[in-house]
Design a protein around this ligand. Structure first.
Ligand SMILES: [Ca+2]
Ligand SMILES: [Ca+2]
Ligand SMILES: [Ca+2]
Ligand SMILES: [Ca+2]
Length: 335
């Protein structure tokens, strides 16, 4: 019996001799933390809770993974590896950095942890207009008031909401309004008139709606007004019926003819019979015609130039005769 006890003791002694000490890499865990965008070099990320101290040279820590170069180790502390030329930019990197930390002891992998760092957004971008939405554009002078004539769009890399504002100090601000602050739709506020203005300019602001900083940006919008056929032609020279009113009195053209005038173009005063269209931007061709007084073909008009020709000489027995002709001009409407 005594011999048996001695054997058991020897066995127990041998067993305890083979127990391996717990790894110094144990005790750590996956890391999930958040840091602010644009955090400085050396920003604290997290402490490691492994048992060992890497300085002792018994264990070795190794960072791997896509975002590993954004971190460095200082003992058991993980810090941010950024610099002035390499800032932590959420708009470029995305919202999460992911890396792995492997712990070796005697060059044998003992444990592996995930490092997941969320980058918290900072408002570090201004809104920007999409260039294609602020190019000069054209609208008809007959565009209905209260209709949407144009849409602008700005984007903010931080994802901020944007409101659009017409700068009331800009020259033609009163021609437009924004229908809803966030829409960027420009609505025509009052009638256009090519004959008085052929181009409008308005300054637009795009401003952050949801931030404290209210960063903004501006753009000059140029609006060309297209002429439409909304005015009659008039004879020249034009004498306005009253000052400032774009309506002309019809001039009276006079000339003297003698019995010798035959098959000849007549020259009138105060000038040749000539008209122009009120719509100067569309240059519609004009058609001249004699409404009355042609005296059975004695007078003919060139319907494109307005020139009047006398085809038959006047009767020499009729002295001091007046001929009164009425001449009309119309625009040749495009088919
Ligand atoms: Ca940024
Ligand atoms: Ca940002
Ligand atoms: Ca922003
Ligand atoms: Ca017009």
């Amino acid at each position: 019996m005594l011999r048996c006890k001695m054997l058991l003791w020897q066995l127990a002694l041998r067993l305890s001799y083979h127990v391996v000490p717990a790894s110094l890499c144990l005790g750590g865990s996956d890391i999930f933390v958040s840091i602010r965008e644009n955090s400085p070099m050396g920003q604290f990320i997290s402490n490691l809770s492994i048992r060992g101290e890497p300085r002792d040279n018994t264990i070795r820590l190794c960072l791997t993974g896509d975002s590993a170069d954004w971190f460095y180790l200082e003992g058991r502390t993980i810090r941010l590896n950024a610099s002035a030329s390499r800032v932590l930019d959420r708009e470029v990197l995305g919202s999460v950095l992911i890396a792995e930390l492997t712990c070796f002891q005697d060059d044998v992998i003992q444990s592996r942890f995930r490092i997941v760092v969320e980058i918290l957004n900072e408002n570090d971008n201004r809104p920007n207009f999409l260039q294609e939405t602020i190019q000069p554009f054209s609208i008809s002078e007959l565009t209905a008031v209260n209709s949407v004539v144009f849409s602008v769009k700005a984007v903010d890399a931080d994802g901020d909401m944007i409101s659009y504002i017409i700068d009331q100090s800009s020259r033609d601000a009163d021609f437009f309004r924004i229908d809803l602050p966030n829409s960027g739709n420009l609505v025509l506020n009052k009638p256009l008139d090519y004959e008085s203005r052929t181009e409008l300019q308005v300054i637009l602001w795009a401003q952050e709606a949801n931030t404290v900083e209210k960063f903004n940006t501006s753009a000059v919008l140029i609006v060309n007004i297209e002429d439409r056929d909304d005015l009659y032609p008039h004879f020249l020279p034009c004498t306005p019926v009253s000052p400032g009113l774009p309506v002309c009195m019809n001039p009276t053209y006079t000339t003297n003819i003698t019995q010798r005038h035959q098959d000849a173009v007549l020259e009138f005063s105060p000038g040749p019979i000539r008209a122009e269209d009120g719509d100067r931007g569309i240059n519609t061709p004009l058609i001249y015609s004699i409404l009355s007084g042609a005296d059975q073909g004695r007078f003919e008009i060139n319907n494109r130039t307005g020139e009047i020709r006398i085809t038959r000489a006047v009767n020499n027995r009729r002295r001091e005769t007046n001929f009164t002709l009425s001449v009309m001009v119309t625009t040749l409407l495009p088919v």
